[in-house]
Write a protein that binds this ligand. Structure first.
Ligand code: NAP
Length: 247
């Protein structure tokens, strides 16, 4: 069994990715930051799907937590062959003029610093020149990176722009190390994230206006992530794959 670590694996897109990965034979390190009940439920679903699971609590914005979650996953499940850098947050809809520095700092800490720390730790463990065996890194960006999310969250959109740029640069650094680096850019997906920003109906409200006429399911994003993790995408690196219903 090959091992992956999924940041933000307890709910939403991360949860569906964990369960799908387990059904395809991966052992799964499931990171979460606070919702232990959701993490336990996801671990049970991973085991139900035939996989091994390890729960690793930690904040992706805290360097020591990131190192500890990688260490704990490898100690429990074995050497990593893949990492899904998925944990991310949004804050309530505001114009930029209305945003506090505190809010901006937290969004960039989790979505940018967190992604960079997790990507750095992945590079240190997967790169052949560092004793790794290669592998696949998948980052979860957002269609917001190219849409800008005006009047809602231009901070979040910019943080995902950084994730896109990280994907492009790291793919070039790690190509010769046997490591592929790609990103998915989901559009409007039915998860808790919209309610966390005070708009529980957002995915359906705006999803209805997209070319496919509906929001996406987290399981549909998970399918794209698994394809990028798997050898089926062996000649794909530095790609930004939109999973956004045409939006
Ligand atoms: P979600 O349902 O709100 O789940 C968020 C997950 O991230 C949870 O597992 C949560 O853990 C974890 N998390 C949050 N902050 C964390 C931190 N500081 N450290 C570690 N884990 C943390 O979100 P989602 O909709 O599945 O989103 C997953 C990713 O997809 C995010 O990067 C998001 O930006 C991106 N995305 C989502 C959509 C969408 O429409 N849903 C669209 C485009 C992109 P707890 O359970 O412990 O809270």
């Amino acid at each position: 069994m090959k091992t992956i670590l999924i940041t933000g694996g307890s709910r939403g897109i991360g949860r569906e990715t964990a369960v799908l990965a387990a059904s395809k034979g991966w052992s799964v390190g499931i990171n979460y930051v606070g919702n232990e009940a959701a993490a336990e439920e996801t671990a049970a679903a991973v085991r139900q799907a035939g996989g091994r699971a390890a729960l690793v609590k930690g904040d992706v914005a805290v360097e020591a937590d990131v190192i500890a979650m990688f260490d704990a996953t490898e100690k429990t499940l074995g050497r990593l062959a893949g990492v899904v850098i998925n944990a991310g947050i949004v804050a309530p809809s505001l114009t930029l003029a209305e945003m506090s520095a505190e809010r901006l700092r937290r969004v960039f800490e989790v979505n940018v610093l967190g992604a960079y720390l997790c990507a750095r730790e992945s590079a240190r463990r997967l790169a052949r020149e560092r004793g790794g065996e290669g592998g696949s890194i998948v980052l979860v960006s957002s269609a917001a990176a190219r849409l800008g999310a005006p009047f809602e969250y231009v901070d979040y959109a910019g943080s995902k722009g950084a994730v896109d740029t990280l994907t492009i640069g790291l793919a070039k650094e790690l190509g010769a190390q046997g490591v592929r680096v790609n990103a998915v850019r989901p559009g409007l997906i039915e998860t808790d994230i919209h309610a966390s920003a005070g708009q529980p109906d957002r995915a359906w409200r705006i999803g209805a206006t997209t070319p496919l006429g509906r929001p996406g399911r987290a399981s549909e994003v998970a399918e794209a992530i698994l394809w990028l993790l798997d050898d089926a995408s062996s000649y794909v690196t530095g790609a930004l794959l939109d999973v956004s219903g045409g939006r």
